[in-house]
Design a binder for this molecule. Structure first.
Ligand SMILES: [Zn+2]
Length: 218
């Protein structure tokens, strides 16, 4: 299945410029791992951004900049950073690869969320407060209707769902904001596992949905 849904240029540009918070950045990085089209697009945007910076007038250095640089060169070497430890992740269906962008993240075992629904909290070593999680929804199940006060990014890792507008499969990326009330439905045939990053509060409707919100900590 080819990838149909990609991050837009604004998001790719913010990613290449290092302007995204760690949660959204991990989502975009996970998409780029599987999408040659977006890797090429990001490379192009980065080149254009670099060319624009080259056109800016040179900034004058602070007078003490040279002294600071020389002092830094003379300083004794710092202790080497600790070796990165590979993180844990919950059991995955056969054939599903764990994203390289998450290799140092720790994801909890699957936790019950509702009938046919499980979730896993993903803790990023660089930003433990980032709201990143995995959702694993059984075939034919529906997530509660929800809308967003800010922005939610979703990357499909496994399986397919339909959000009322379009079908999303492995490798697809979705950016939702408060303008759309969506109710993703997982297609028949198997579970769907998505990686999600949420900035701001998700506004769920209904009792089960509110419980989901409080479980996930949003
Ligand atoms: Zn893409």
């Amino acid at each position: 299945m080819t990838i149909q849904h990609h991050p837009d240029d604004d998001l790719l540009l913010a990613h290449t410029a290092g302007r995204l918070a760690l949660g959204p950045a991990v989502l975009v990085a996970t998409h780029l791992e599987g999408c040659a089209q977006c890797r090429e697009r990001a490379r192009l945007l980065e080149a254009v951004g670099g060319a624009l910076i080259d056109d800016l007038p040179p900034e004058t250095l602070a007078p003490e900049a040279l002294a600071r640089t020389l002092a830094a060169i003379d300083a004794p070497p710092k202790a080497p950073p600790p070796r990165p430890v590979a993180g844990r992740h919950p059991a995955l269906p056969p054939g599903m690869a764990w994203p390289r962008a998450l290799r140092r993240a720790n994801a909890s075992p699957w936790r019950w969320l509702g009938p046919g629904m499980r979730w896993s909290r993903v803790t990023l070593p660089g930003d433990p407060k980032a709201n990143v999680f995995l959702l694993r929804i059984g075939a034919g199940k529906q997530l509660p209707v929800h809308t967003h006060s800010d922005c939610e990014l979703t990357q499909v890792l496994y399986g397919t769902f339909h959000d009322g507008r379009a079908l999303f499969g492995p490798g697809d990326f979705d950016e939702a904001d408060g303008s759309f009330h969506h109710q993703p439905t997982v297609q028949a045939g198997g579970d769907c596992i998505c990686l999600a990053s949420v900035e701001g509060k998700v506004l769920f409707q209904g009792a089960l949905a509110r419980m989901l919100g409080s479980l996930v900590g949003m």
